[in-house]
Design a protein around this ligand. Structure first.
Ligand SMILES: Cc1ncc(COP(=O)(O)O)c(C=O)c1O
Length: 406
C-alpha cells in the first residue's frame, strides 16, 4: 500500500470540511446559506477599475512568466502603500509577491522551520497557519487570547509559558499575530504590539504579522501596523489583495521583510530562491493589483463603502447573537466574522462539531466549528451576507438551538 498518512494527518481545512454535505443538500434542491467562507467578492463585486486594469494587462500582452519575486510595479506599489499608511521604511526589494498570503505561509514554513522546531500562536487562530508548519516537521505552541479582555493578548501568560518550556527555547522560530483578527474581530492596541515585539526579540523569534484585514476596521477601532514598531527586529508583514482589495480569486499576497539585520536578509534570500521553484505569480493579476493600490482615490472610495456596509452587517448579526439565550459574542472591531460561544450546557450536543454538522443537515446553514480555530465550544459565522440572509440564518440557528435545548 502506498502510504500518504503523514500528509493527510495535517492537511486539514475546517472552513471547508462540510462542503461535501452542502453539495449533497444542494443536489437535492436545498438552498444552503453559506456563512463559512470569508470571501468578500461573493457579496461585493471587485471594483471596476481593477477589473479594467486586469483586462488591459491581458490586452497589452502581459500573459507571460514574470519575475519570481513579483513584478517591479507591484512591489513598488506595496512598499509605497506601507510607507504612506504606516511610515514603514520598506522598499520594493523588501517585498515578495505570492499566490495569496497562503503561499507566503508555505514559503515561511519551508524556509524557517526544521524538524521539531516550534512556532507560537494564539487561539483562536486562523486554521491554515498550522498545516504547513506541521508538514515541515514543526510543532505549534498555542497560547490563548484573553476572552475576558475582548480577545486581547495576554503577554504575561505568554511570557510565563515560554519561560516554563525551556526545552523549546532554542527551537522557537517565529510568533504569529493576526491583526485585525480572524475569527474574533479584535484590533490590537500599540501597547500590546510593543510587548509582543519585546517577547519576540528576547526569545530570538521572527515576528510575523498577518495584516490582511488592515483596512477593514470599524466600531471606532484605531489600527496600528506592527511594521513601524518592529523596526530593528526580524519580522515579516503579510498582506494581500484578497480582503482590502476584495479580489480573493486574483490570488495575490504580499510578504514584506523590511529589516536590515542578518536574519531578515537571509530570510529574503531564501524566500527568493524558493519563489523561483514555482516560477511566478499570475502576471496580469499583479498588474491589476498594482493599479488597485496606486489609484488611491478609487480604492478609498471603494473601501469606505465596503467597510461601512460590513460594519452594519456585523453589528446587526452581533446584536442578534447576543439576544439569543444560547450564544454570546464579543463585538468585533475588524475583519468580518463573529465568534460566539455556545452555551453547551443548555444544548444537547456532544461538541461544536456535532452542532455545526447537524445545523447544516437540519437547517441548511453552513458555519464553521470553533474547534477548527483551536476553541471548542464556539462557532465562527461570516458576517458578509446582506441583512436578510443574515437574519434568516440567525433565525434558523435560534430555532435549531431551541429544538435541541435541554
Ligand atoms: C487571517 C487570514 N490570513 C490569510 C488568509 C488567506 O489569504 P489569501 O487569500 O491571501 O491566501 C485569510 C483568509 O481568509 C485570513 O483570514
Amino acid at each position: 500500500m502506498y502510504d500518504f498518512s503523514e500528509f493527510s494527518k495535517y492537511a486539514e481545512n475546517p472552513i471547508e470540511e462540510e462542503d461535501v454535505v452542502a453539495e449533497r443538500l444542494e443536489a437535492h434542491g436545498k438552498k444552503v446559506l453559506k456563512l463559512n467562507r470569508g470571501d468578500p467578492a461573493v457579496y461585493f463585486p471587485t471594483m471596476k477599475y481593477m477589473i479594467d486594469a486586469y483586462v488591459r494587462a491581458l490586452r497589452e500582452g502581459n500573459t507571460r512568466y514574470s519575475d519570481p519575486m513579483g513584478i517591479k510595479p507591484l512591489r513598488e506599489a506595496v512598499a509605497s502603500r506601507y510607507r504612506r499608511m504606516y511610515n514603514t521604511e520598506a522598499e520594493a526589494d523588501d517585498v515578495v509577491i505570492t499566490n495569496g498570503v497562503s503561499e507566503a505561509l508555505m514559503f515561511i514554513n519551508s524556509v524557517l522551520v526544521n524538524r521539531n522546531d516550534k512556532a507560537v500562536f494564539f487561539r483562536p487562530y486562523y486554521p491554515l497557519y498550522i498545516p504547513d508548519l506541521k508538514i515541515n516537521g514543526g510543532n505549534p505552541i498555542i497560547e490563548r487570547y484573553s476572552e475576558e479582555r475582548n480577545w486581547d493578548i495576554d503577554t504575561d501568560s505568554l511570557e510565563r509559558a515560554l519561560k516554563k518550556d525551556l526545552k523549546s527555547r532554542k527551537r522557537l522560530k517565529y510568533l504569529v499575530i493576526t491583526n485585525p483578527n480572524n475569527p474574533t474581530g479584535t484590533v490590537l492596541e500599540p501597547s500590546a504590539l510593543k510587548e509582543l515585539i519585546e517577547i519576540a526579540k528576547n526569545h530570538g523569534m521572527v515576528l510575523i504579522s498577518d495584516e490582511i484585514y488592515d483596512e477593514i476596521t470599524f466600531n471606532g477601532a484605531r489600527y496600528t501596523s506592527v511594521s513601524k514598531l518592529a523596526e530593528g527586529i526580524p519580522h515579516i508583514i503579510l498582506n494581500g489583495a484578497s480582503k482590502d482589495f476584495d479580489a480573493t480569486g486574483f490570488r495575490i499576497g504580499f510578504a514584506i521583510i523590511p529589516g536590515k539585520d542578518s536574519v531578515s536578509k537571509e530570510m529574503k534570500r531564501r524566500i527568493a530562491e524558493y519563489a523561483k521553484l514555482r516560477l511566478c505569480v499570475n502576471t496580469p493579476a499583479q498588474y491589476a493589483v498594482a493599479e488597485g493600490i496606486n489609484n488611491v482615490a478609487e480604492h478609498n472610495k471603494g473601501i469606505r463603502k465596503l467597510v461601512a456596509e460590513i460594519e452594519k452587517r456585523i453589528n446587526f448579526a452581533a446584536k442578534r447573537i447576543n439576544e439569543s439565550r444560547y450564544m454570546e459574542a464579543v463585538q468585533p472591531r475588524g475583519a468580518y466574522y463573529l465568534f460566539p460561544k455556545l452555551d453547551m450546557r443548555s444544548l444537547r450536543f456532544k461538541d461544536d462539531r456535532e452542532f455545526v454538522d447537524r445545523l447544516l443537515k437540519e437547517k441548511s446553514v453552513q458555519i464553521t466549528r470553533g474547534s477548527g480555530f483551536g476553541e471548542p465550544g464556539y462557532v465562527r459565522i461570516v458576517g458578509l451576507p446582506p441583512k436578510d440572509i443574515l437574519e434568516t440564518a440567525l433565525n434558523r440557528i435560534e430555532e435549531f438551538c431551541k429544538v435541541h435545548s435541554r
